[in-house]
Write a protein that binds this ligand. Structure first.
Ligand code: ZN
Length: 160
């Protein structure tokens, strides 16, 4: 069965940077299961998987524009500590969800100086070219219930 919109796809993946360093991988763990065509993967990877079949292996190179985006300096902000509600002891590397004009966004604390905290709303992999090694494990039709809920049920998905 071909990978196409609204089908349930299971893949093993390894993500590397330009230098070949592994950033993330499902090797040795459960594969990733997602619904094709719903923006669950970065755009460039989802596009490359379209039409592939179970058993296929492929290498996909994704430019930042179709990956995690290009860095936007406007997303780097200095705010007083007190504006971070209930954050307790704020340390470099902590992450916060915050509402922005474009919806919810994840911010990472990149510096703490006195009462001021520097927050970076760029994705940690912004500006990076992504190198994926993919093995398509399974492709199946979604159930009506899965499409209604917008997520996968059963192995690799929700149990409820
Ligand atoms: Zn559900």
């Amino acid at each position: 069965m071909d990978i196409a919109a609204d089908r349930i796809v299971t893949i093993h993946y390894t993500l590397k940077d330009d230098d070949g360093a592994v950033l993330d991988s499902s090797a040795g763990a459960d594969p990733l299961t997602y619904i094709q065509g719903h923006g669950n993967l970065v755009a460039g990877l989802e596009k490359a998987l379209e039409g592939r079949q179970s058993g296929n292996t492929l290498t996909v190179v994704v430019a930042p524009a179709e990956g995690y985006g290009t860095r936007d300096q406007a997303l780097v902000q200095r705010v007083p500590k007190r504006t971070l509600q209930g954050a307790g002891d704020i340390k470099k590397g902590m992450q916060f969800q915050a509402r922005t004009e474009d919806g919810m966004r994840l911010f990472t604390v990149t510096a703490v100086a006195g009462d001021m905290v520097t927050l970076d709303g760029n994705h940690p992999l912004a500006d990076q070219t992504l190198h994926f090694d993919i093995e398509v494990v399974d492709v199946r039709e979604a159930t009506a219930e899965e499409l209604e809920h917008g997520h996968v049920h059963g192995p690799g998905g929700h149990h409820h």
